[in-house]
Write a protein that binds this ligand. Structure first.
Ligand code: NDP
Ligand code: AKG
Length: 450
């Protein structure tokens, strides 16, 4: 269908140099071909042309002063992509690689992910090229405050509700919320991922990692398989990776790797979760420290990975959980995984597999859960936090976790149903894209041309 190609070419022409955004858009647009043929009304209402264009983009300067008294200048972004289903919702990323294209890809993915949760949340994302690594606590606080002196005017509990992402956890959310509260003089649920002490939801910290494992479980249940007793590889060692490892242990699996941007750990005894939490959540150290304390574990720096690969995916496993960043798993990694017997990939990170890797997983019909389905547990639990804040109630950890597990099951069922309707029941890329798109597109039509 030339129409999809035309929209894609238009994007390249009008939003130059945004390769991650093109990648995310191309995958969704390609999946939509059969749906567009079946539903000419989407074309009539120009839904594709409208959905690839953010409703609003805010780019701003962030000035702050470092511990040496030097003025620093960073870029700030918030892309309010689509509000057909609810207030814009999506995290904030602090990482030197952040630019307009990265935030747009993340915001675009968020539209369909949030739709798949079945909850009333629109799609958005934000961030900065600020690098939190090596910064003192005071520098982090000053940066977060400076960031909020602009962002506060664009967000609100019924408008746009940010949360965390790479480089942004409860500490940063605390500093941003504090500044927001001072500026607007209101105490309200404008952020999720808050500390439990002052409005956060039990279970939000764990939700993305737990959700990615629940998603793997539901994919495997449908195939009569299980994670129990199986070796698993996990990439990353941040929020998503840590709670993926924790849930894998709960289900009787053996997670044997984790990684950061400098290298990876292989621990055949199983990753020592308490040590990892202490190193990453409390001491904010590198993984080299893990190997120092666990003589049986092996640390491999990235320089020693086989050329053109991510070492994590060269380790034989039954299931893989990419939980670090975009495009961390390429075709060679995908081939390595399959050659070593991997039967399941559940993406905790956003768009961690390159398009060629995705195509191979789909072609080989392994249990493959694309990020926008498999990692939706984080944002879904954020919506549960919003619901608790709005109704001034507090649910127990068990209540939130049970809801999370059910939401992940529903997402799996929804994506499978849509994939089956178009004749490819195991293709959850197709199913997730079509089901997420359809929900947003129908809402856009019903709400008129706004
Ligand atoms: N937090 C959440 O609720 C959700 C997160 N996600 C996605 O999950 C992924 C991880 O996020 P999260 O755990 O929150 O972030 P964290 O900042 O807690 O952890 C990120 C981890 O990924 C590693 N990493 C980051 N960039 C790179 C890179 N370029 N190369 C190799 N490793 C890298 C980091 O290593 P190092 O410390 O060395 O940089 C770190 O181990 C992201 O894709 C995020 O968008 C998706 C849904 C929700
Ligand atoms: O919890 C949220 O609002 C957003 C989480 C997020 O950024 C994501 O799903 O990628």
């Amino acid at each position: 269908m030339p129409y999809v190609k035309e929209v894609f070419n238009y994007l390249k022409r009008t939003s130059p140099s945004q390769c991650e955004f093109y990648q995310a858009a191309e995958e969704v647009l390609e999946s939509l071909r059969p749906l567009m043929q079946k539903h000419p009304e989407y074309r009539h209402h120009k839904i594709i042309e409208r959905i690839v264009e953010p409703e609003r983009q805010i780019f701003f300067r962030v000035n702050w002063v470092d511990d040496n008294g030097e003025i620093q200048v960073n870029k700030g972004f918030r892309v309010e992509f689509n509000s057909a289903l609810g207030p814009y919702k999506g995290g904030i990323r602090f990482h030197p690689s952040v630019n307009a294209g990265v935030i747009k890809f993340l915001g675009f993915e968020q539209i369909f992910k949030n739709a798949l949760t079945g909850l009333q949340i629109g799609g958005g994302k934000g961030g900065s090229d600020f690098d939190p690594k090596g910064k003192s606590n005071n520098e982090i606080m000053r940066f977060c405050q400076a960031f909020m002196t602009e962002l506060y005017r664009h967000i609100g509990p019924n408008t746009d509700v940010p949360a965390g992402d790479i480089g942004v956890g409860a500490r940063e959310i605390g500093y941003m919320f504090g500044m927001y509260k001072k500026l607007v003089n209101r105490y309200e649920g404008v952020f999720t991922g808050k500390s439990i002490n002052w409005g956060g939801s039990l279970g939000r910290t764990q939700a993305t990692g737990y959700g990615a494992v629940y998603f793997a479980k539901y994919m495997l249940d449908a195939r009569g398989k299980s994670l129990e007793g199986k070796k698993c590889v996990v990439s990353g060692s941040g929020n998503v990776a840590i709670y993926t490892i924790e849930k894998l242990y709960h289900l009787g699996a053996l997670p044997i790797t984790c990684s950061d941007s400098k290298g990876m750990i292989i621990d055949e005894d199983g990753i020592d979760l308490e040590l990892l939490k202490e190193l990453k959540e409390v001491r904010r150290e590198r993984l080299t420290e893990y190997a120092k304390q666990k003589p049986n574990a092996k640390y491999i720096p990235i320089e020693e990975y086989e050329e053109g690969t991510n070492g994590v995916y060269s380790v034989p496993c039954f299931a893989a959980f990419p939980s670090a960043t975009q495009n961390e798993l390429n075709l060679k990694d995908a081939k390595n995984l399959l050659a070593n017997g991997c039967e399941c990939v559940s993406e905790g990170a956003n768009m961690p597999s390159t398009p060629e890797a995705v195509d191979l997983f789909v072609e080989e019909k392994i249990a493959y859960g694309p990020g926008k389905a498999a990692n939706a547990g984080g944002v879904a639990t954020s919506q549960l936090e919003m619901a608790q804040n709005a109704s001034m109630v507090k649910w127990t950890f068990e209540e939130v976790d049970a809801k999370l597990s059910q939401i992940m099951k529903d997402i799996f069922d929804t994506a499978t149903e849509a994939a089956s309707e178009f004749g490819e029941p195991t293709n959850l890329v197709l199913g997730a894209n079509i089901a997420g798109f359809k929900k947003v597109a129908d809402a856009m039509i019903e709400q008129g041309l706004v």
